[in-house]
Design a protein around this ligand. Structure first.
Ligand SMILES: C[S@@+](CC[C@H](N)C(=O)[O-])C[C@H]1O[C@@H](n2cnc3c(N)ncnc32)[C@H](O)[C@@H]1O
Length: 427
């Protein structure tokens, strides 16, 4: 199992030292494909556990150090992180967790720290579990800027529940083209939120029934909701302004809309094209900057699934905890505003714009829409009503916005955090 740990160390090094997104680091790994299924599953569990629990692990390591490790010791720290994740959260026997970390350390640039790493890991093997029992896991595993942002938006109790939700492995949700009940039965899953399917199986998604024939695609249950706010779009012209890799384009095409899918990223649009081909759904694909794209016509409805910090998807992408900063959403706000302004120009009078982000931050959600309503007289909010949309009351704010949180539906496995608002262009 040394190779599994080596693969995990390489991915974590890309994510934590070079800011590579977890999905990209996993896809680029040269070591993971060579592992058998069991070792690959272990390596992935080790990677996500180290990212989800990094704050707790760092606090535990600190108990055994007189002073913080210097930047030059970062490779030694990485092996402490990996060793401690196994000892504290993966129930790996102490001798295996310690000896494999030491072996990897000796082979790499952190070898001069071997005495310290050995002593700290042995200390954690002895006393780490007791230390962890006294920790506030949610708080320690959430960077300060996010904790403060959620406190302002949701208050202390909900903030604690959001942070706790991030500690759990997420469930697998898929969106069927048609017939959720029948596909739920075939996939041994359950229908969730009146349309998505929560699948019990784990492992290779492509091996599940219906994947190859394109009967469904992977999409969190909450990510399926913004498109529903557009109502009946059968036969309508809809523009999807930030479309790739296409989850919402597929949903709208499956609902009978004539979709024009626009995205600035050529590589992500190749994934959209592959998704359309697999599901045998049709959409016109345009690679363009949507803020300046000239369509030559107006649309019945426009969806803006804007680029954002994605803090609503930390359950699935725990790398976000350590890669984003408060400055990131401030940097994205002007683009989010321009996309909203452009959407309102592209929709016909009387048509609907749905603006959505997978972010928990009000600066990327509520504040952007309030800004639009303030500066553009043509925009009017069409409040979301939970009963009409068949949604739990907790999913809709008093202002009529859709706002899901990772702690919603906690007993059923949670959902990603999404914000969506529905705006009409006045006649
Ligand atoms: C949240 S993702 C979209 C996810 C997609 N709607 C789905 O459901 O699969 C945001 C997308 O916005 C795209 N994007 C960023 N800036 C853009 C711009 N100026 N014009 C068009 N697309 C842009 C990114 O390339 C990215 O694919």
């Amino acid at each position: 199992m040394l190779r599994a740990r080596q693969a995990a160390a390489a991915v974590l090094s890309s994510v934590l030292f070079r800011n590579v997104a977890l999905q990209e680091a996993l896809a680029a790994s040269t070591l993971l494909p060579g592992l058998d299924d069991r070792d690959r599953a272990f390596a992935r569990a080790l990677i996500t556990t180290a990212l989800r629990r990094r704050g707790q692990i760092d606090a535990t390591i600190a108990e055994f150090l007189e002073r913080p490790l210097p930047p030059a010791a970062r490779h030694a720290w990485l092996l402490l992180l990996i060793g401690a994740a196994q000892l504290l959260f993966l129930r790996v026997p102490a001798y295996a967790a310690v000896s494999t970390s030491m072996e990897l350390l000796i082979r790499g640039p952190g070898r001069s720290w071997r005495g310290l790493v050995n002593a700290v890991l042995r200390g954690i093997a002895d006393r780490g579990a007791t230390i962890c029992q006294g920790q506030d896991a949610g708080r320690l595993n959430t960077p300060d800027w996010l904790w403060q942002s959620w406190l302002r938006a949701y208050g202390p109790a909900t903030t604690a529940r959001i942070a706790d939700a991030h500690l759990r492995e997420p469930v697998l949700d898929v969106c069927p083209k048609t017939d959720p009940e029948a596909w739920a039965a075939k996939l041994d899953g359950t229908v969730v939120l009146d349309g998505g399917i929560r699948v019990k199986a784990s492992g290779d998604v492509a091996a599940l029934a219906g994947f190859r024939e394109g009967a469904w695609w992977v999409q969190d249950a909450a990510a399926q909701l913004p498109v529903r706010l557009l109502g009946d779009i059968d036969g309508r012209d809809v523009a999807d302004l930030c479309a790739a890799p296409g989850g919402k384009t597929l949903q709208m095409a499956a609902r009978g809309a004539r979709v024009t899918a626009v995205d600035v990223s050529e590589s992500r649009m190749r994934r959209l094209a592959a998704n359309l081909a697999r599901t045998r759904l049709a959409a016109e694909a345009v690679v363009a900057d949507a803020t300046s794209w000239e369509s030559g016509r107006s649309f019945d409805a426009v969806l803006v699934d804007a680029p954002c910090t994605a803090t609503g998807t930390i359950r699935r992408r725990p790398d976000i905890l350590w890669q984003r900063t408060a400055g990131d959403f401030r940097a994205l706000n002007p683009l989010q505003d321009r996309l909203l302004d452009r959407a309102l120009q592209l929709v016909r009078p009387g048509g609907l714009v749905v603006y959505t982000v997978c972010s928990l931050e009000r600066e990327e959600g509520e504040n952007r829409v309030q800004g639009l309503l303030g500066r553009n007289q043509a925009a009017e909010l069409v409040a979301v009503d939970a009963a009409t949309e068949g949604l739990p009351d907790t999913f809709v704010t008093g202002d009529g916005y859709l706002r899901t949180l990772p702690c919603h539906l906690a007993d059923a496995g949670g959902v990603d955090g999404f914000f969506a608002a529905r705006v009409r262009r006045r006649e």
